[in-house]
Design a protein around this ligand. Structure first.
Ligand code: FAD
Length: 730
C-alpha cells in the first residue's frame, strides 16, 4: 500500500459534528442547544474501541438534535492540541457536557463513561440536560413529571391534537427518552407521569409501569397498544398517528462539518528488524511537547514523574548531539527546580531554546517510520512509546547504568504512563500490571525481560480488536522469523528462551540498530553557523506531519510572546527591537571563538552578559520570581554546555569520517568514553578555553622555574658567605 490514508475515527456522514480547533468554540458557545463533546486522540486504543459506541449513540439520539448535539474533536491533531489543553483535556476519551448558552471552556461537565454502553450514556446525558436551571434549551420540551392539574387544562393551553402520557417508576428514563424522541414531531406532546402520583394513577386506572395512554383534543383516552412497553415501540406508534408530521420549525444553526484536515502522508518504507530515529525523536517531541503540555501546572508527583522521565532520557537515550543537548539541558534545569510546582510554559521555554544554547534542538513534529500505521489512527505514538522504553531498559544494562536501581527506567515509565499517558484506560491496565509484579524485578536484565513480557501481555489482550492495525497484526514478539533462538520446545510445547530473548533485545535495541532514515540530517550547529541558519531550516523543512512547525514560525514572525511568561515577553520585545539577537550572542560577545577550530564557547562571558542582562531587564519589569528561576536554569545550561560541546565535536569528527547513521550512533558510545577521560581538562578549565588553560600552564611552569632559580641562587650565595672567614658560625 502506498500511503497512510488520512482517516479519522469519525466522518461527516456520522450524525454528529466533527469539530476542529477553529469550530469548537463557535459551535458550542452561546448555542441554543446543549452539547456533548467527545475529546479523543486518534492513536488511543480505547478511543478506537469507544468510537462505535459513540457513533451508535449519535444515531440513537439524532432526533434530539435541536435540544442536544453530539460532537467529536481529535486532540491528536496538532491544530487541536492548544484548544484541548484550554478545555482541560488530560486523558482520552473525555466526554464533556456543555449546557445551552455556555460561554467558557470550564463550564464543561465531565461525563463518566468508562465501559458504559449507549443506554447508560443516554441516561447520563438526560441527567445533565436536567441540570439546566436558569436557561432551558428552547427546543427541549419539559422533562419533569406532569400533574393532574396540567393535564386537565392541557388542550386549552396547547394547540395540539394528541397528548401521550407515559406512566413509569421514578428511576425510569423511558418517558424522558420518548419525549426527546418526539421533540421534532408536530401536533403531539409527550409527558411522563410517576407511579407515585396517586391522583393520576387512579384517574387513568393504571396498573402497569411502564405503560402509555393517548389523550386527544376531542376528549378520548386509550391505552397505547404496543407489543412491548419499550421506548422504540412507543415512538414507532406515536410517529404513525394521523396528522403527525416531522416539523421543520427547528432550524439548527449548523457550522458546516468539515473533513478532518489531515493531509495524507507518503508511505515510508521501513524494515521491521530495524529501529528508526524518526520514531524515537517523534516520541520525545510528542511526550514533552504534547502530553506533558496538557498540564499547565506541573506539581507534586506529576512534577517528580517528569523529572524522572527526563532524567532517564538524558542518561540513556542514544541521541544525536542536538537532541542530546536538549535533553541534558532540560534535565539539568529540572534538577535545579526546587519549587513544588512549575508552569509548563517554563518547560516549553527550555525546549524551545531559540537562542540560549547552541546546537540544541528537538524535532517539533512527528515522523512515523517503523511505527507508521496503514491508517492515521493506527500505531504512531503508542508504538513509539513502547519502543522508547524498551530501548531505555536495554541502554540501562550498559555500564553507565551499573550504579542505578534496577527499577530506574521501569519506575520512570510507570510514572510517565500514570501521570501523562493520554490513553487513560491503557494507563490503568499498565498500572495494574506494574502493581502486580514490577517490584519483583531485581536486576537491569530482569527489567528488560519484565517490560518485554508485559508488552506481550498487552499484545495478547488487544489482538484482533478494533485498535489493531490490520496490516500490522499483534504478535507475541519477537516472532520466530526475527529471533529463531528465542523460541524453543519444552515437553512438546513452544516456550520462550528468556536468555535468548535478552540477547536479542540487547542487539535489537542497540544504537547500532538505529537508522536515521527520513529525518533531516544532523548538523552540528556550531556557534559560528548560528541562528540564521536555524531559521532557514525551520522554514524549508516545512513538510510537517502535524503542522506545528509552521505555527511556531508564525509566532516567531509575529513576535507573539510565548506562553505569556515574563521572560517570553522580554524575549518577544527583544526580538522586535534587537536584530542582533538573531545571531548567536555567544559569537558576538567573544570574537576570539570564531577563529577556534573546535567552536569552543566562552560560556562564562556568554551567560554572564547575555542572561544577566536579561535578569536585569526582568528585575526592572518587577516580575522577578519566574525570571530568577529561568536565570538559574540558564546558568546551569551554561555549565552543562562544556560537556555538550565535546559530544558535538566528537559527532562531527565521526561524521566527517563518513560513518552512516547507525555507525555514528554506536561509535558515539565509544567516543563518549573518550570524552569522559578528558574531563580533567574541563575540571581544570572551568570557564576557560583550551588556549587559556595552556597559557596558564606555561606561565605556571615559567614562574616555578623562576622561583627555583631564585632559590638556587640564594642558597649558593648563603653557602658562599658561610664559607668566608671572619663570619662566626652559630
Ligand atoms: C503502556 C501502554 C499501555 C497500552 N495499553 C493498551 C490497552 O490497554 N489497550 C489498547 O488498545 N492499547 C494499548 N496500548 C497501545 C498498544 O499497545 C499499541 O501500542 C498500539 O495498538 C499500536 O500497536 P503496534 O501495532 O504499533 O505495536 P506495539 O504494540 O505498539 O509495539 C510497537 C513495536 O514494538 C515491537 N514489539 C511488539 N511487541 C513487543 C514486545 N513484547 N517487546 C518488545 N517490543 C515489542 C514491535 O516492533 C512493534 O512494532 C498501550 C500502549 C502503551 C505504551
Amino acid at each position: 500500500f502506498s500511503g497512510a490514508p488520512a482517516l479519522s475515527l469519525y466522518s461527516p456522514s456520522d450524525p454528529l459534528t466533527v469539530l476542529q480547533a477553529d469550530t469548537l468554540e463557535r459551535s458550542i458557545f452561546n448555542s441554543s442547544s446543549a452539547w456533548v463533546v467527545e475529546f479523543y486522540a486518534s492513536w488511543c486504543g480505547h478511543c478506537i474501541h469507544f468510537a462505535p459506541t459513540w457513533r451508535a449513540l449519535a444515531n440513537d439520539i439524532q432526533e434530539w438534535r435541536p435540544a442536544l448535539r453530539l460532537g467529536v474533536l481529535d486532540c491528536a491533531e496538532a491544530s487541536s492540541q492548544k484548544v484541548c489543553s484550554e478545555f482541560g483535556i488530560t486523558g482520552f476519551p473525555t466526554l464533556k457536557f456543555f449546557k445551552a448558552f455556555s460561554r467558557r471552556p470550564d463550564e464543561g461537565i465531565r461525563l463518566f463513561h468508562s465501559d458504559d454502553g449507549i443506554d447508560k450514556l443516554r441516561h447520563s446525558i438526560i441527567t445533565s440536560v436536567e441540570r439546566h436551571e436558569d436557561v432551558w434549551p428552547p427546543a427541549c420540551p419539559p422533562l419533569e413529571p406532569t400533574s393532574l392539574a396540567e393535564v386537565r387544562g392541557f388542550f386549552q393551553a396547547n394547540n395540539v391534537t394528541y397528548l401521550a402520557l407515559i406512566f413509569e417508576k421514578a428511576d425510569s428514563f423511558m418517558g424522558r427518552e420518548v419525549i426527546l424522541d418526539m421533540l421534532q414531531y408536530e401536533n403531539i406532546a409527550v409527558r411522563r407521569v410517576l407511579s407515585s402520583d396517586e391522583e393520576m394513577v387512579k384517574k387513568y386506572d393504571v396498573a402497569t409501569f411502564p405503560s402509555a395512554y393517548l389523550l386527544t383534543s376531542n376528549g378520548s383516552c386509550s391505552r397505547i397498544p404496543v407489543h412491548l412497553e419499550e421506548r422504540s415501540f412507543y415512538t414507532f406508534f406515536l410517529r404513525r398517528l394521523p396528522d403527525i408530521v416531522r416539523g421543520t420549525s427547528y432550524n439548527l444553526t449548523v457550522i458546516p462539518d468539515t473533513e478532518p484536515r489531515t493531509t495524507p502522508t507518503p508511505w515510508r518504507v521501513a524494515d521491521s528488524s530495524k529501529l528508526y530515529m524518526a520514531d524515537l525523536e517523534s516520541v520525545l517531541h510528542y511526550t514533552l511537547r504534547v502530553e506533558v503540555a496538557r498540564f499547565s501546572d506541573l506539581r507534586g508527583e506529576r512534577l517528580t514523574a517528569l523529572k524522572r522521565y527526563v532524567s532517564v532520557l538524558a542518561k540513556y537515550f542514544p541521541a544525536r548531539p542536538s537532541v542530546r543537548n536538549v535533553l541534558r539541558n532540560l534535565n539539568r534545569w529540572l534538577r535545579g527546580v526546587k519549587e513544588r510546582d512549575l508552569p509548563y510554559s517554563a518547560v516549553e521555554a527550555v525546549l524551545r531554546n531559540k537562542k540560549e544554547v547552541p546546537n540544541a534542538r528537538l524535532m517539533n513534529r512527528t515522523i512515523w517510520v517503523g511505527c507508521q500505521g496503514s491508517q492515521s489512527q493506527f500505531r504512531g505514538y503508542p508504538c513509539s512509546l513502547w519502543l522508547l522504553f524498551h530501548l531505555l531498559t536495554v541502554q540501562a544494562t550498559l555500564p553507565k547504568g551499573q550504579n542505578a536501581s534496577p527499577l530506574e527506567v521501569l519506575s520512570a515509565m510507570r510514572e510517565y504512563v500514570r501521570f501523562f499517558f493520554g490513553c487513560r484506560d491503557c494507563a490503568e491496565h499498565f498500572e495494574g500490571m506494574a502493581a502486580e509484579s514490577m517490584d519483583k524485578v531485581k536486576s537491569r536484565d530482569e527489567a528488560v525481560v519484565w517490560l518485554w513480557s508485559r508488552h506481550n501481555r498487552v499484545n495478547a489482550r488487544i489482538a484482533g480488536t478494533t485498535s489493531e492495525d490490520p496490516k500490522f497484526p499483534k504478535l507475541q514478539w519477537p516472532p520466530p522469523s526475527m529471533c529463531p533462538a528465542c523460541h524453543k520446545k519444552f515437553n512438546g510445547q513452544q516456550v520462550w528462551d528468556e536468555g535468548a530473548v535478552l540477547s536479542f533485545f540487547k542487539a535489537h535495541f542497540s544504537p547500532s540498530n538505529i537508522y536515521l532514515d527520513y529525518i533531516p540530517p544532523e548538523e552540528v550547529r556550531s556557534a559560528r553557523r548560528g541562528r540564521n541558519t536555524e531559521e532557514k531550516e525551520g522554514v524549508t523543512d516545512g513538510k510537517q506531519e502535524d503542522g506545528r512547525e509552521a505555527e511556531e514560525e508564525g509566532e516567531e514572525r509575529t513576535g507573539r510572546p510565548e506562553g505569556g511568561t515574563v521572560e517570553s515577553e522580554i524575549r518577544g520585545s527583544e526580538r522586535r527591537t534587537s536584530p542582533d539577537l538573531h545571531r548567536p550572542s555567544i559569537v558576538k560577545m567573544n570574537p576570539r571563538t570564531r577563529e577556534l577550530e573546535e567552536g569552543i564557547v566562552d560560556l562564562d562571558s556568554f551567560s554572564e552578559q547575555h542572561y544577566r542582562s536579561k535578569a536585569l531587564k526582568a528585575a526592572a519589569a518587577s516580575k522577578s520570581r519566574r525570571l530568577s528561576k529561568r536565570d538559574t536554569m540558564l546558568q546551569l545550561m551554561a555549565d552543562d554546555h562544556h560537556q555538550a560541546s565535546d559530544y558535538d565535536a566528537a559527532w562531527e569528527r565521526l561524521r566527517r569520517k563518513g560513518l552512516d547513521g547507525q555507525q555514528l550512533l554506536s561509535a558515539m558510545g565509544e567516543e563518549e568514553g573518550g570524552t569522559l577521560r578528558n574531563q580533567w581538562f574541563r575540571i581544570l578549565g572551568v570557564g576557560f578555553s583550551r588556549l587559556d588553560v595552556s597559557l596558564c600552564i606555561v606561565l605556571y611552569f615559567l614562574s616555578s622555574m623562576c622561583l627555583l632559580g631564585m632559590y638556587t641562587f640564594f642558597r649558593m650565595h648563603m653557602r658562599y658567605r658561610k664559607g668566608r672567614p671572619g663570619f662566626p658560625t652559630a
